[in-house]
Ligand binder design. Structure first.
Ligand SMILES: Nc1ncnc2c1ncn2[C@@H]1O[C@H](COP(=O)(O)OP(=O)(O)OP(=O)(O)O)[C@@H](O)[C@H]1O
Length: 364
């Protein structure tokens, strides 16, 4: 368990944040610029001594303001990866990685050099100096160096923020893969929702120095009372699925989630493989009777659970599909026209889904 409660002041900024998250697992702190995400991370790393509060990881107390306990940063066994890779420029990639290994406590268990190199796909880079690496490659090496120091907790502060979209798309699958393979707890700071969707097990939403909500990603993404998520044009739910069937003839893969199933273009995945699906509210339309002759492949029977405020001209519908929730963004006009009221049985038409295979190479 990660247990964090912090109070600290900077001129013009007050941090008063508390959350808990299960470990191992990926906890993502998400929020707008200046909300205090990096300050929380710095306090966990021991780079900032908070005025008050308590930090414990897996039952080990790193900071306790009341008991005047403050474990020095170098004793915390936190591996830190920043936005800029901070590699040693005069050392080869291999020497940078071995530096991490040298810092590992003698008795600490963790992945070996070869395993980390292969996990991050950096075999071909070992002889190069950091100046000869792309931004994405540098971040993979920085991550490798942090992993090889055998941390009890991995801290990442916007590790992809300095990368362009193509480089980011190159590194994200490695992070997703890591999340699946290694059992090191990860605390990850970002203001990019795609990273949240891909990586988070637990989501911590921060605003103006406070935690607005914290909990499992799937539960938070389905909430309509959190404007930071529901107010976005790309608001939507995340569902954990399993590969249930492969239809070679039609070129489709069937994914089951609690309460229903969806088909996606065929993915080369074994039956039972875990897949994370994201369905945006704007990609879900509804009908009050079963539509015929549709090109849309995913049509699910649902119950309209609630109608929540959306934008100026639209609303968010909460749709119960078995044990799962979908969100649908429709116009206020549609609510009146279709006579939508909570409890009504409806059909959800899902026009698009994004999906990512858990583990493997990460990408779906
Ligand atoms: N050492 C410091 N001294 C004074 N003020 C600070 C210090 N560090 C951070 N702050 C202020 O605290 C607030 C929170 O900063 P923090 O870096 O934690 O935000 P953030 O959510 O990580 O933002 P970003 O996404 O832009 O990195 C900001 O207003 C910042 O200016």
């Amino acid at each position: 368990m990660l247990e964090i409660s912090l109070r600290h002041r900077f001129p013009g900024f007050a941090l008063d944040a508390a959350f808990t998250a299960p470990t191992p697992g990926v906890t993502v702190i998400f929020g707008p610029s200046g909300c205090g995400k990096s300050t929380v991370l710095a306090a966990v790393a021991g780079l900032l001594r908070p005025a008050e509060g308590r930090i414990s990881v897996g039952g080990v107390t790193l900071f306790d303001g009341g008991a005047k306990k403050f474990v020095a940063p170098e004793k915390r066994r936190c591996g830190v990866v920043f936005q800029d890779s901070r590699l040693f420029p005069h050392l080869s990639v291999e020497s940078n990685l071995r530096y991490g290994l040298k810092r590992a406590p003698k008795d600490a268990e963790g992945p070996g050099f070869d395993e980390v190199v292969s996990l991050l796909g950096i075999e071909a880079l070992l002889g190069r100096r950091p100046a000869a690496l792309s931004g994405g490659e540098k971040q993979r090496v920085a991550l490798g160096r942090a992993l090889l120091s055998r941390p009890a907790l991995l801290l990442m502060d916007e590790p992809l923020a300095a990368l362009d979209a193509a480089r980011k798309a190159e590194v994200l699958p490695y992070l997703a893969r890591l999340r699946h393979r290694l059992r090191i707890p990860l605390l990850y700071v970002t203001h990019a929702l795609d990273e949240v969707d891909r990586l988070a097990d637990t989501l911590v939403l921060m605003q103006a120095g406070r935690v607005l909500a914290a909990g499992p990603l799937e539960a938070l993404a389905a909430r309509t009372d959190l404007p930071m998520l529901a107010g976005r044009q790309d608001a939507g739910v995340v569902l954990s699925c399993r590969v249930a069937a492969q239809d070679e003839a039609r070129g489709l893969t069937r994914l089951d989630f609690p309460g229903g199933s969806l088909v996606v273009p065929q993915a080369a995945l074994a039956l039972g493989h875990a897949v994370r699906l994201r369905i945006q509210a704007r990609d879900v339309a509804i009908a009050t009777s079963r539509p015929e002759g549709l090109s849309v492949q995913n049509l699910l029977p649902a119950t309209l659970a609630a109608i929540e405020p959306g934008g100026a001209h639209d609303v968010l519908l909460r749709l119960a599909v078995g044990d799962s929730i979908l969100l649908s963004r429709v116009t206020k006009d549609a609510v009146g026209r279709l006579g939508l009221t909570p409890g009504l049985p409806v059909w959800a038409l899902i026009k698009a889904v994004a999906f990512f295979a858990e583990g493997r190479d990460g990408a779906g």
